[in-house]
Write a protein that binds this ligand. Structure first.
Ligand code: FES
Length: 280
């Protein structure tokens, strides 16, 4: 499958300058993801240690779109610690969510060398229930650009491309903060924002947030919206489907990456890639 991608200055793994390419196939994406990861790694050394996942494209990542757990440094305290670098299974999330009072579970991950956050939200179970505390579901809303101006509604994007809506109750986002590109974590720190609670609406008062430890930005994986950001390399603006920024200095939410679940394994889809360009 071929897909459109906004140009970014990047070399492929074999040194070919692919700057300006606007269409790539799945194989090229896997290379691109790897190279994008190299940028991620450069920016993240000393924080979460993503360097150790660097693999040559031919040594395992190429052709494999499954999402892997990432628990480096948290092997003993994250629920997925013993599963570090194993493929994420939906049944793992369901089992962990069953221990949560609100039925939500999340984990850090890595997808083709790219840091991601994955959250299980029991939307299909709760969508028909009254909108009350601690009954989490997806909420769709408007989102903003860097100036705070509303750019559109999530449904403007999901109507045009239904694959954007999280399938299988799994929300996966590109884990690079829209503030200064740190890697937000799924409950890496315990505080009011990451309590095991959920409140309707889009406010920042409670509810299992992704938290960026660099400057305390918060993101709500149950609120889906349209955002706008800028390709850092060429200044081109683009809209994207994301989860809401709910607090802190980050100006916008984090980009959604569509997933599919095959034989219980969570795989990222390469149909929607606009999010790749704002942190290189
Ligand atoms: S980089 Fe995330 S809050 Fe600053």
């Amino acid at each position: 499958m071929d897909m459109k991608l906004r140009p970014a200055p990047v070399k492929s793994s074999d040194g070919v300058d692919v700057t300006g390419e606007t269409v790539m196939n799945r194989r090229q994406f896997l290379r691109y993801g790897f190279n994008a990861a190299a940028g991620v790694l450069t920016a993240s050394l000393g924080t979460l240690g993503f360097a150790s996942i660097l693999m040559p494209p031919s040594a395992g990542s190429e052709g494999n779109l499954s999402v892997l757990y990432w628990a480096k440094g948290r092997e003993d305290d994250a629920w997925y610690g013993p599963k570090h670098l194993q493929p994420m299974l939906k049944s793992d999330f369901e089992a962990e969510a069953a221990k949560s009072q609100i039925g939500v579970a999340g984990a850090q991950g890595v997808w083709n060398g790219v840091p991601v956050n994955v959250t299980y939200v029991p939307h299909s179970k709760n969508a028909g229930k009254p909108l009350v505390n601690n009954v989490p579901r997806f909420q769709m809303t408007e989102g903003v650009d860097v100036t705070g101006k509303i750019v559109g509604h999530f449904e403007d994007l999901s109507d045009a491309d239904p694959t954007i809506f999280p399938s299988d109750d799994i929300v996966m986002v590109f884990s690079r903060c829209t503030h200064l590109c740190c890697i937000p974590g799924w409950q890496l720190v315990a505080n009011d924002y990451t309590e095991d609670t959920w409140t309707p609406g889009t406010g920042d008062d409670k509810g299992s947030k992704l938290f960026c430890i660099c400057h305390s930005s918060r993101f709500n994986p149950t609120v889906l919206e349209m955002n706008s950001n800028t390709n850092r390399s060429n200044g081109q603006k683009f809209n994207y489907a994301g989860i809401a920024r709910s607090g802190g200095p980050a100006p916008m939410g984090l980009p959604l990456i569509p997933v599919s679940v095959t034989d219980d394994v969570i795989e990222g889809m390469t149909t929607y890639l606009d999010w790749l360009t704002y942190c290189d």
